[in-house]
Design a protein around this ligand. Structure first.
Ligand code: UD1
Ligand code: CA
Length: 484
């Protein structure tokens, strides 16, 4: 909706030419009792601020979104830099009004400024757009998003000019409310739209004459009202959207809301999620239709799951690409890996970063992999460690096979070509290559390359001492008889 400056004049009640979104995110978040900045705490699997930025970017282009940062600014910036938004430094945090004061240089050139709270992650692009359009249609100087709450405690209250009039005369912070004002259930959500010219003409009127000795942005309502400029409130139909995260308890409630909303969205797209309240699915995860997610599954980060998969209980999957028709049996842990079509993984498989499981391949109980390619139709079903290895198609990796990839200083690679049969309990000491179609005898320690179609044995020859146990028993019996 933001339009570039044009040479045409701007008649009233049409879209403003230049719209910026300012996100206030400089505060410390004292009430969280945390060493980390409030806006970097995560809900729904990503920082609170990242949610607000994502919503803002759907309303105006990233270059018109400004995050006002201060407390631990470098960390905050780094965490959301990839979003492409601009940053404004408020090095001393002297209140929400002060946050907009320090932003005057970059924001003063816009027509309209939408102000969002960096600590309220449920706000939707639709509501931001509506607020901006309402402001324009009302020809207002300041518009705030308000909500009617059962329990308004802690929020700023919206003071209407008179019961008959829609216009707002002031916002009163909880600490300054009179007994009568405490009963007002219409609260200030912390989202606003300003006419930029008016804001920066009058922002100097703010004072710090209040309980926190801060410049309150909320006081602009009274400043404008006194100057007979129009201040209006748009009441949201969904008070859930404006919830903030001032405390740990609020944060956890929001997280639960976000996760349930995510599950509902996925279900509406054709995914079955049993006991969704037990599942943890991050905001950016995508899942195809007819996939079934069992209870207590975690799908995190940028994980993608295809269609017709079944993810069984207690698996924790992070940043992993799972193709169509894959079965993940209970208790698997995966990070930064990829599983091709129709593969079966688990129960209790551990895929560390860089594991690629081929089409129709099987990875079974207590198998740990890292930087490993398992070819199409290959199987490693029991109790193995497969690291830094490239395993071809149709390979059978026997129970207990270990790739010895580490010599204490360097990591080395194991290559197992197509159709190889590795017997149980083989140790393959890397760097090593097992040629196409060859066999490794069970219990072998393989230290040299094996050519194709060969049989490699790497173990001591078995010796059998016949009658050894019988003689031992007889000796013992004789000894006992002597003593007795
Ligand atoms: C604010 C409003 C209150 C409203 C509530 C809604 C004020 C004075 N009060 O209170 O009317 O009901 O939000 O949730 O604005 N911030 C800065 N720089 C600062 C101070 C704060 O960037 O100097 C940021 C914070 O990081 C936060 C946001 O502004 O993201 C809001 O500040 P916060 O202290 O949480 O305000 P509330 O007490 O919630
Ligand atoms: Ca807040």
């Amino acid at each position: 909706m933001a339009k570039r400056p044009s040479s045409q004049s701007n008649p009233p009640n049409t879209q403003p030419r230049r719209v910026a979104v300012a996100i206030m995110a400089a505060g410390k978040g004292t009430r969280l009792k945390s060493k980390h900045p409030k806006v970097l705490h995560e809900v729904g699997g990503k920082p609170i601020l990242a949610h607000v930025i994502a919503a803002a970017k759907q309303v105006v282009p990233a270059e018109d979104v400004y995050a006002i940062i201060g407390h631990e600014a470098d960390r905050v910036k780094e965490a959301v830099a990839s979003s492409g938004v601009q940053f404004i430094l408020q090095s001393e945090q002297r209140g929400t009004g002060h946050a907009l004061m320090v932003a005057q240089k970059p924001l003063g050139g816009y027509d309209q400024i939408i102000v969002l709270s960096g600590d309220a992650p449920l706000i939707t692009p639709a509501t931001i757009r509506k607020l901006s359009e309402f402001h324009t249609a009302q020809n207002a100087t300041m518009t705030l998003l308000s909500a009617e709450l059962e329990n308004p405690f802690g929020y700023g209250r919206v003071i209407r000019k008179s019961p008959k009039e829609a216009d707002v005369a002031a916002i009163v912070e909880e600490k300054a409310t009179s007994a009568r004002e405490k009963k007002i259930r219409e609260i200030n959500s912390g989202f606003y739209v300003f006419s930029a010219a008016d804001l920066y003409t009058h922002i100097g009127d703010l004072s710090t004459d209040n309980a926190h000795h801060e410049y309150y942005l909320t006081d602009m309502a009274e400043v404008f009202h006194r100057r007979r400029k129009k201040v209006v409130a748009m009441k949201t139909s969904d008070p859930g959207e404006i919830l903030g995260t001032n405390t740990r308890a609020e944060m956890v409630e929001l997280d639960a809301l976000l996760r349930m909303a995510k599950c509902r969205q996925l279900m509406s797209e054709g995914v079955t999620i049993y006991y969704p309240e037990t599942c943890v699915i991050d905001s950016d995860v995508a899942i195809g239709a007819d996939t079934i997610i069992e209870p207590f599954v975690q799908l995190l980060g940028s994980t993608r799951v295809g269609e017709d998969c079944r993810i069984r209980s207690y698996s924790v999957v992070r940043n992993t690409q799972i193709s169509d028709g894959v079965t993940v049996l209970p208790g698997c842990v995966m990070d930064d890996s990829a599983i091709a079509r129709a593969a079966v993984v688990g129960p209790y498989s551990r895929l560390r970063p860089g594991s690629e499981i081929g089409e129709g391949a099987h990875l079974g109980n207590f198998v740990e992999t890292k930087k490993m390619k398992l070819g199409r139709g290959s199987k490693a079903n029991h109790l193995s460690y497969l690291g830094d290895s490239e395993i071809g198609e149709g390979v059978n990796v026997g129970a207990g096979t270990i790739t010895c990839n580490y010599d204490g200083v360097h990591k080395h690679k194991t290559v197992i070509e197509d159709g190889v049969f590795v017997g149980s309990d083989a140790t393959l000491v890397a760097p090593i290559k097992i040629g196409r179609g060859s066999y490794i005898a069970a219990g072998s320690s393989i230290t040299e390359d094996v050519p194709g179609d060969a049989l490699a044995l790497g173990r001591a020859r078995q010796t059998v001492k016949e009658g050894w146990a019988r003689e031992k028993r007889q000796q013992r019996a004789a000894q006992k008889a002597k003593q007795g």
